[in-house]
Write a protein of this length. Structure first.
Length: 599
């Protein structure tokens, strides 16, 4: 997986393009805000000079009042405009933050190539992108343009105040600028050093989220208490916290060095500038009290503008790293495919694996090794094997979630790596081991549709009835329109493991595709419910290509053919009776599974 970092200029243009597409008014306000802010500051500075000079310079009262009135009205107008634009920019930044950042990131995460997303590199880049979006608008990708605008504002102020200070002496400007250039170089270097910790920070956050999940999800609460797992989890948490503390110490060490160097520069810069101003005031009789106040304010203001420029540059580089992290994930692409225009047949599908091997990212060992298998149209195939033998991986390869390391997966003679993923996914109705409910209604969990009409509702009810789940759904407060997941809704209901399993099975049957795949469908079900599921499976699989994975070998007797996986190899295949007669690995597994029942 190759990724590349974007440059600052590239990121600024990228964010400008995104903001223009989202809200053009935001960009307009961003463009005019710097000028208004600087005009408000200059008006305030000259108002002080006008008022103080009136104490020492003889002017007509009318002229004095007119000058004060003009500058005062100007100050009020510019200040109010400055504040109103600032508030509006804040508001629009938050809207962009919520409606762009999270939406775009989560859409990418849901649609990114499955294999890439679930790899270690994919998880790390995803976490960095999530951190880049952040929990606060002005410490995220949104901040890049705002911080860049602040740099422009302070540079304009710097130029304006430089014009004032040049009339005092050009070397004053040279002194102040030189000091801040050195300051800026220090900050850029420190931020460059800090950016190197982003990957470490992302990996720590992944671990923290994992531990937090184990501690807070209700499904783990029983195990934690019965096995006193809290001690182990706390030990793991401490280890993660220690890593985070060490990382924080390194970052704070750089910040401390930055503060010490900046303090020394400030002392030298301001000390020399103020000493020269006092010297000129004492030795030059033409220096009025108003001019002294103007230069004094200009030196202080110049320092403020420069310090803000340096601070903003630091923030720009920081937010630029966030945008780079965000774009690095958003621009991830899976394995490049040559997409063909081939279409699959409308009927049941033939599936063929030719010399298929697969190794997960970062591993040299193949989970599946040189698999050759043909599943005929309308065939009912059972897959058995010990945990880790490659059963679920085989299903992910067949459905196109994973691409073979070597070999091909063909459906109706078409290499699925040359077909748009959505077209491949549309062929399958599946129940995966790790499937779960979404925080919504029973109706939406079965149909995955927020559009309720009589036809859809009737189909959901019929599907639940076929899977023997309608009776318990009818007892719910709002039937199929009852919310599930109590962690999300106050009025939601909680399901048992078996009830959850039935809803997930109903989901696959509702989709009603020509290839039906069930990966341990009777997990958490009682024997009667299990028998009903397999009876229903036999009925619903009629006229379809169907694949069943089960640890319970007796359940696979309903299949036309059974394949046996061991250590990634396909070692046996045949009917239940044929495999027992062969007296191989399947018979050994079968005898072990029935031994204690017979005894």
């Amino acid at each position: 997986m190759k990724t590349k970092r974007s440059t600052l200029i590239n990121n600024i243009f990228f964010m400008l393009k995104e903001h223009l597409a989202f809200d053009k008014v935001f960009v307009v306000l961003l463009a005019i805000h710097p000028g208004i802010t600087v005009l408000a500051s200059l008006t305030s500075l000259y108002l002080s000079k006008v008022v103080l000079n009136s104490l020492s310079v003889n002017k007509e009262l009318f002229v004095l009042l007119l000058e004060v009135l003009v500058f005062s009205v100007g100050l009020i107008l510019f200040s109010v405009a400055d504040k109103m634009i600032d508030i509006k920019l804040d508001e629009k930044s938050w809207k962009f933050f919520f409606y762009y950042g999270y939406k775009k990131l989560n859409t990418k995460r849901m649609n990114l190539d499955y294999e890439l997303y679930t790899s270690h590199e994919g998880k790390t880049l995803s976490q960095k992108a999530l951190t880049a979006v952040g929990n606060y608008a002005f410490s995220s990708i949104v901040a890049l343009l705002v911080n860049s605008k602040n740099v422009v504002t302070n540079l304009l102020g710097l130029i304006a105040f430089s014009g004032i200070l040049i009339t005092l002496h050009p070397l004053v400007v040279v002194l102040l600028v030189s000091a801040y250039i050195i300051d800026g170089m220090i900050i850029i270097f420190i931020e460059w050093l800090k950016a190197k910790f982003h990957t470490d920070e992302a990996e720590i956050n992944i671990k923290k989220r994992c531990v937090s999940k184990k501690l807070t999800l209700l499904e783990y609460a029983k195990d934690i208490r019965i096995y006193s797992l809290h001690r182990l989890i706390i030990r793991i948490s401490k280890s993660i916290m220690n890593d985070e503390i060490q990382l924080t110490k390194k970052k704070e060490g750089f910040s401390l060095l930055q503060n010490i160097l900046q303090g020394l520069l400030t002392f030298l810069r301001d000390g020399i500038a103020y000493f020269y101003l006092i010297h000129v005031t004492v030795t030059n009789p033409e220096m009025t009290i108003g001019s002294f106040a103007l230069y004094l304010g200009a030196i202080a203001g110049f320092g403020d503008w420069l310090s803000q420029v340096v601070e903003n540059i630091q923030e720009v580089f920081e937010s630029n790293e966030y945008v780079s992290d965000f774009r690095e994930f958003m621009e991830l692409e899976g394995t490049e495919k040559i997409i063909t225009q081939n279409n699959f047949t409308e009927n049941s599908h033939t599936i063929k694996l030719e010399n298929v091997s697969y190794a997960y990212s970062g591993s040299e060992d193949c989970v599946l090794k040189d698999i050759n298998l043909e599943i005929k149209a309308n065939e009912k195939l059972g897959i058995v094997g010990l945990n880790g033998s490659g059963k679920s991986t085989l299903i992910k390869l067949i459905t196109g979630l994973l691409q073979p390391t070597t070999g091909k997966v063909l459906i109706d003679g078409i290499d699925i790596s040359t077909v748009e993923p959505e077209k491949v996914f549309s062929l399958f109705s599946t129940v995966f081991q790790e499937s779960s409910l979404i925080p919504s209604t029973v109706f939406n969990n079965v149909s995955f549709s927020h559009v309720v009409n009589g036809q859809n509702e009737a189909k959901v009810i019929d599907t639940l009835n076929k899977i023997d789940a309608l009776n318990f759904v009818n007892t719910l407060p709002k039937g199929i329109h009852t919310n599930v997941l109590a962690e999300f809704y106050k009025d939601a209901v909680s399901f048992s493991g078996g009830q959850t399993n039935k809803i997930i099975m109903a989901r696959s049957l509702y989709k009603d595709r020509n290839v039906l795949i069930l990966d341990e469908p009777t997990k958490n079900l009682d024997p009667i419910a299990e028998a009903n599921v397999y009876k229903t499976y036999a009925q619903l699989a009629s006229g379809k290509t169907a694949i069943l994975i089960s640890h319970r070998l007796k359940s696979t007797r309903i299949c036309d053919r059974i394949i046996v996986l061991k250590d990634g190899y396909l070692i046996e295949q045949g009917t239940h009776e044929e495999l027992l007669d062969n007296a191989g690995w399947y018979k050994e597994l079968y005898d072990l599974s029935t031994k204690y029942y017979e005894e």
